[in-house]
Write a protein that binds this ligand. Structure first.
Ligand code: HAM
Length: 427
């Protein structure tokens, strides 16, 4: 067995090879088009942020902050973290850059790598890519529905099928404390039956228990009180309207009373979009998001309502591959340039550039010297024409054009060959 090379990508991280770049490009283009249409501006935030942004924003008791952050201390003594998510950085930028002074709402989108120290498994990596959309400065429920609609349409445009929107409301600072108490009382009476993680969560963050995938906890969760039955009037009305807007937009959804999401900044609406299939269950949610009206206050500014979501790009690509989702193909070259001899090789570089300027793609194999090997390569690529530049032609200022289908050859002036080939492709 071949020995493993000494240097490998770090656990849970991967290279994005050329064969997958086409998927990234396709997703980027679809997101950019839709984001532009809906008036979102692109934002790039740093890969590193102050650790406190996440411990405060995402929540000290969340798995992300407790177990999954890549933390470092700089030489200057700053505590920084590789960003595990994009919402807290976007809200930080909104506050820092005074975007409150812009016409509201401010709509921002992003696309980039994120980092979580998770146990690598299907659909779960330590470096993964997300695109996200955030709308800040607007509290209307129509915006919650619009965010869901936009993500849904992006996935549809990427030809994903069997999409299911799961939705819930987890209330706000008015009604959530009461619900938490209710839930805690219910769970406390069953504490011994919970997994050890959930026994700890019962003390720190009982809502998080609803997220637990352990079988022993699942049966307890399925009988637990539901947040939607315990919303205050404002949250109840808000949620009712979100659902009405979704009905109006003809987006079907499933109420999931135990959807709480793994980040503490949410208020009112939370949602996920999943693929309703066996693979979808293994992969986990494609998109997750919700409303986060208190996040700006947690980060030190008055309340600025916000709502948004983010999608996992690797998970989307896995689904695209499974459903045979189309990917724009790289256009294959129609011409191959072969050269024999030093002088010909030198002239070939310039000739290639002339074809590039004329927007005609051309393949070559400058590393090969034998004409036979080069013609074999041209055949393999399935080009229509091969240009042959030998020593004699290089001196004469000519080049041989070989029609690969008929095998016919003709000699043309080198400074006319681009024009000549253009004519051939116009026919
Ligand atoms: P999240 O649910 O943690 O939410 O992540 C969003 C999506 O990123 C997930 O649905 C999943 O597709 C993908 N994802 C998360 N972790 C991993 C991982 N370890 N490996 C591969 N993919 C992963 C957020 O990040 C929130 N900031 C979303 C949001 C934006 N809420 C409001 N605005």
């Amino acid at each position: 067995m071949a020995r493993k090379p000494k240097f490998q990508t770090p656990t849970g991280m991967h290279d994005i090879l050329p064969k997958d770049q086409a998927y990234f490009r396709k997703i980027y283009n679809v997101v950019e088009n839709i984001a532009n249409f809906y008036g979102f501006g692109k934002i790039d935030t740093p890969i590193l942020e102050q650790s406190e942004l996440f411990s405060k924003g995402v929540g000290l008791d969340t798995d992300i902050v407790q177990k999954e952050m890549f933390n470092l201390k700089t030489r200057g003594g700053d505590h920084l973290s590789l960003r595990p998510e994009g919402t807290a950085p976007v809200v930080r930028a909104y506050i820092q850059k005074g975007m409150i002074n812009l016409p509201q709402p401010v709509k921002l989108w992003y696309f980039g790598p994120f980092f979580r120290y998770e146990k690598p498994q299907a659909g779960r990596f330590r470096q993964f890519w997300q695109f996200g959309l955030e709308i800040l400065g607007e509290k209307s429920p129509v915006i919650d529905a619009q965010i869901i609609q936009i993500f849904y349409n992006i996935l549809k445009d990427l030809r994903l099928k069997n999409l299911l929107v799961e939705i819930n409301s987890i209330g706000d600072s008015q009604c959530r404390p009461y619900y938490k108490k209710l839930l805690k009382n219910y769970l406390r009476s069953r504490e011994r039956l919970l997994c050890t993680d959930c026994q700890r969560r019962l003390k720190t963050n009982p809502l998080r228990i609803l997220d637990c995938k352990q079988e022993r906890c699942q049966s307890i969760i399925s009988q637990a009180p539901e947040s939607i039955d315990n919303l205050c009037d404002t949250c109840h009305q808000h949620f009712k309207e979100v659902l009405e807007f979704l009905d109006e937009a003809e987006i079907s959804y499933r109420l999931n009373p135990y959807l709480v999401r793994g980040l503490d900044y949410y208020t009112k609406t939370v949602f996920e979009i999943v693929e309703d299939s066996a693979e979808g269950k293994v992969l986990g949610a494609l998109v997750g998001g919700g409303r986060y009206d208190n996040l700006s206050k947690i980060l030190g500014r008055r309340d600025i309502p916000g709502t948004g979501g983010a999608a996992g790009i690797e998970r989307i690509i896995t689904s695209m591959k499974e459903t045979g989702g189309i990917v724009s193909r790289v256009t294959l070259p129609k011409i191959f340039l072969s050269q024999v001899g030093k002088l010909a090789k030198r002239k070939s570089l310039k000739l290639c550039e002339e074809f590039r300027k004329a927007k005609i793609s051309i393949a070559e194999s400058f590393g090969r010297d034998s004409l036979r090997a080069q013609l074999a390569r041209a055949n393999k690529l399935g080009v229509l024409y091969t240009l042959i530049l030998g020593h004699k032609e290089a001196i004469d200022g000519t080049i041989i054009v070989r029609n690969m289908k008929t095998g016919k050859q003709k000699t043309v002036k080198m400074d006319k060959v681009v024009k000549e080939m253009k004519k051939n492709f116009k026919k």
